[in-house]
Design a protein around this ligand. Structure first.
Ligand SMILES: *Cc1c(COP(=O)(O)O)cnc(C)c1O
Length: 226
């Protein structure tokens, strides 16, 4: 099952990239609600990067899979009081959207470790959403992150409003790419634009995603709630 699903997704990524004349993006396997076994199976098939939404849920899986050496991304909203744990447990935090969080992550990422990779989450078109900074706050947050020796600014993450018509999400992806290009022009090491999920990854890739976050299309439907 998982073998087949992984192959299907990798084909979708290749086809979309080829059709758009763009490089094939990285695949982040979103393993929230999935057991450690499923992560281990995908790891055995060569998948390295996994995304989790909750620090606590991730901790249990990371502990039981510590021997494999995976790359863990936090993709869920991060409360400042969980920043310490996030800074030690994850390789990437994709949801940095406010100054306070930058300071907290920088305070707790141990200097002896490699820098924590950081994406700025931008609220690209959903004014009702509480998460993500405004597009006009990106430059300020980027400068603040870049000034921390134990954080590495790698790019942006966006989640467009979930229009039922996926095509309606394209303008948001396009604006995200424009914002990303100006960020990359201003900062070295910026190479990651995280956008696109199971149902809209082709559009995100056409608009320039370099990393897509896929859960359902890999693991099947999650129990309701997430
Ligand atoms: C759950 C989640 C995903 C994966 O979504 P699917 O539709 O299951 O592929 C991607 N990104 C974020 C931020 C998520 O919370």
């Amino acid at each position: 099952m998982l073998t087949h699903a992984l192959q299907e997704i990798l084909h979708r990524l290749e086809n979309a990239a080829q059709a758009a004349g763009r490089p094939v993006p990285r695949l982040l396997a979103v393993s929230k609600t999935q057991p450690a076994d499923a992560v281990a199976t995908l790891a055995g098939l060569g998948q390295r990067a996994f995304g989790e939404n909750y620090v606590q849920e991730a901790a249990a899986k990371q502990a039981s899979l510590a021997h494999i050496g995976l790359e863990w991304h936090l993709i869920g909203h991060l409360q400042s009081n969980k920043a310490k744990e996030a800074a030690s447990r994850f390789d990437w935090v994709q949801t940095v959207d406010r100054e306070r969080l930058v300071h907290a992550l920088a305070k707790y990422r141990e200097a002896r470790r490699s820098p924590l990779n950081v994406l700025i989450q931008v609220n690209i078109d959903d004014e009702a959403s509480k998460h993500g900074c405004r597009p006009d706050e990106v430059a300020m947050l980027a400068a603040l992150i870049a000034a921390q020796s134990n954080l590495m600014l790698r790019g942006l993450m966006v989640i467009p409003s979930p229009h039922a018509d996926v095509e309606a999400r394209r303008p948001a992806f396009r604006r995200a790419r424009e914002l990303f290009d100006s960020l990359a022009a201003a900062h070295t090491h910026v190479d990651t634009l995280s956008m696109g999920m199971s149902d809209d990854l082709e559009i995100a890739i056409a608009e320039g995603a370099t990393l897509v976050r896929v859960g359902t299309a890999l693991f099947g439907a999650r129990p309701r709630k997430n």
